[in-house]
Every structure is written in C-alpha cells, then in structure tokens.
Design a binder for this molecule. Sequence first.
Ligand SMILES: Cc1cc2nc3c(=O)[nH]c(=O)nc-3n(C[C@H](O)[C@H](O)[C@H](O)COP(=O)(O)OP(=O)(O)OC[C@H]3O[C@@H](n4cnc5c(N)ncnc54)[C@H](O)[C@@H]3O)c2cc1C
Length: 385
Amino acid sequence: MSKFCNTIIVGAGASGLMCGAHLKSDFLILEGAQKPAGKLAVSGGGRCNFTNENISVENYTGEQEFIASILQKFSFDDMLGLAKKWKIPFDVCKNRQLFCSNTSKEIITPLLEHSKGRIVTNTRLISVSFEKNEFTLQTTVGVYSCNNLVIASGGVSYPLLGASDIGYSVAGVFGHAVVSPRPALVGFTVQPGESWFKELSGISIPARVSVGLKSFVDSVLFAHKGISGPAILNASLYWEKGLITIDFLPDTKELESLLVGQKQVTTLLGLPKRFSKAFLGAIGVEDKIADKLTATDKEKLSKLKNYNFAPAGTFGLTKAEITKGGVSTVDINPQTMESRLQKRLYFAGEVLDVNGELGGYNFHFAFASALLCAKAINASSKHPV
Ligand SMILES: Cc1cc2nc3c(=O)[nH]c(=O)nc-3n(C[C@H](O)[C@H](O)[C@H](O)COP(=O)(O)OP(=O)(O)OC[C@H]3O[C@@H](n4cnc5c(N)ncnc54)[C@H](O)[C@@H]3O)c2cc1C
C-alpha cells in the first residue's frame, strides 16, 4: 500500500522548504539525507547569504527571458519583506549581499517551523511513474503517491550533503531535456605553466578576473590545487574552456607610472612580497630598482595587468557551490514552474538550468521558483483534479 498525500515535494533544501512554507493544502517533503537544509546550514560560511540587493537577470546564466519572468514575480523587495515578516536578523555586506546576522539557523528555523511534522528524512526517491492520474514514488523506505509532485532535489554538487541526480532522471522520464551538468562557482586547477600559483598557497589578493565579456573585481586565493577565491568562483560560471585573464593590479591604471624611482620592483608593486617574487620568477624578470628596468622587463611586467592562462579544469563537483546545467527550462512554464509535458509536475531551484553568480543569487532563485510552485498548487487545489 502506498502512502498518499495531495502534494509531495522531493528535497528539504532551500526550494523544497520554501514551497512547503507557502502551501495551503496537505503536503509532505521527502528528504534523502538524515537532516533537512544541509546546504542552507553550511552556506555563506555558516551565515547563509540568502539574497542580494542587486538581483537582476544579468547575474544568471540560463534562458534569460525565463529567469527574468521569475525574478519579476519575486524581487529583492519581496525577499526583504519575507525576511522581515519571519524576523530573520540580517546584515547587508560587501557587494550588497544579505547574510543572516549570526547563523544560517536564523533562516532555517522559520522555514522548518512551517513544515513541522511534514518532513520525512532518510527517505530517498528512487523513481517516479504516472498512472491512473497519480504520481507513484518508489523510495528507499516504501511507496508514496500524490496528485502534485514538486522536484526540488537540487543539483549534483556537494554529494556529501545529500545531492543526487534524481531530478534529472525524473525529468527524463517525462520527456524533459537535461543540459549537461557540470561544476560551477568552483576553483580552477592549473596547467604546468602556472605551477607557480601553487607555491603561493594561502595568499589572497584583490584582482580583476575576466572571462569572455564578464569581469569580476574581488579576491583571488592561491590554493594548493590551483586558484580559487570569489573572483575566480564567479569566473568559473562563465568559463567553458579557454582563457581567463587576471589583472593583479585592478586599482592601478598605468603600470609605467608605478614603476619609477630607486625602489625595488617588489616594493613598488605594493602586493604581498611572496606573490611579487613568484610572479617575477614566472615571467623571468629580476627584482631590481625600477629605474634599471629594461624595455623587455617592462613588456614582461605588463602581464601583471593582463595575465592570461587556460585553466586545466576545475576542482570538480565535490567542491563546486553549484551545478551549472540541469533540467532545461524550455518545457517549464515560468508562470507556475509546472512542466509543459506532464500536468501537476513542478520543478524548483537548482535542479533547473538556471545558474546564479556568487552573492545570494542561487538562494534567491530557489526561493522565487519555489514560491511560484506553491502559488500554482494553491490555485489548482481550488479546482481539484
Ligand atoms: C558550500 C556551499 C555554500 C553555498 N553558499 C551559498 C550562499 O551563501 N548563497 C547562495 O545563494 N547560494 C549558496 N550556495 C548554493 C545553494 O546552496 C544552492 O543553490 C541551493 O541550496 C539550491 O537550493 P535547492 O533547494 O534547489 O537545492 P538543495 O538546497 O541542494 O536541496 C536539495 C535537497 O534535496 C535532497 N535530495 C537530493 N536527492 C534526493 C533524493 N533522491 N531523494 C530525496 N531527497 C533528495 C538533498 O539532500 C537536499 O536536501 C552554496 C552551496 C554550497 C555547496
């Protein structure tokens, strides 16, 4: 015998919990992990960066009209209103990011309160079929059935926190295309030519990182495996293979005007000495007083503002903050998040091919899309199946 519920949400993460919190009829949330809200808890360094004052479609990759339509229905002001209604203490931090003031619990607690007694943990969805006008769900602990099914199972990055590809396989069963999932908001591994990066493990400096037409001014962090930090993570969202350009002196307009006088180059650059020395070593320029630099030295040093390199790859899905790609939005209705191929099947959050930059954009989209699902289900239950 299967357990029946009007609406079943798969995944007690950001989007699943937000959907549940706004449903007006009977629902259950099936969660594969031991605990709900795994990513919310660790996000934003434990303080969850849940939205951004500057939300716009330009901060996302994916189908732009689809994303714009969703953001229009749930703006920054709407999220702010909800945060105030739920008494979530928050701070506006650099790059206009809103973080919980103390801990992610400040946003998790109200989300969980609204789903009290309705979250079934340690229950992993295995497969879904649609028969006799109902969805039948095979899980690791039995069979469930429902009228409305919300897939809020997230992407495939950070498998330790419960991620799985179930959303993509359910989408496939109902004929949806899936855009190939790959890691994003992730560090880059480097080719042998950039092995000097690895010697700098632990150093963080502000830089401008450009990829294609996008540029990000923020920290870059040299790591044991390659290069990371916020500017690099953002660049990874737009990187498809090919070159990345780093300007290690984003606030200096003309390098020539900096490199004059009787001081050593490494002193004049004003960058951490360890970095400057390794950089000079990598480009084959001696650390000498600026007035003794030759034209060739200066030519080589210009790379400080224009350092091109092709990453070898990324740190991979285990370290990526999000999955780029996912269920194609082509067959999803942006008014309701309902599938155009299967009635009463909904998708919300990162499972979709909507990918936000660092800065609260991914939670904002997860919440926005989940609210639309809830509204559509509330409206449809006025006209029951
Ligand atoms: C370390 C880290 C830090 C981050 N920080 C931020 C941040 O500060 N700001 C921001 O905007 N974004 C951040 N993100 C990204 C953000 O966490 C995600 O984009 C967001 O959680 C997506 O919400 P979701 O509801 O779609 O998926 P999730 O929150 O991932 O929820 C999906 C849920 O589905 C469950 N599930 C998966 N498969 C199954 C199955 N077969 N059966 C049942 N349940 C299943 C999972 O266990 C999970 O609980 C961060 C991500 C990471 C990894």
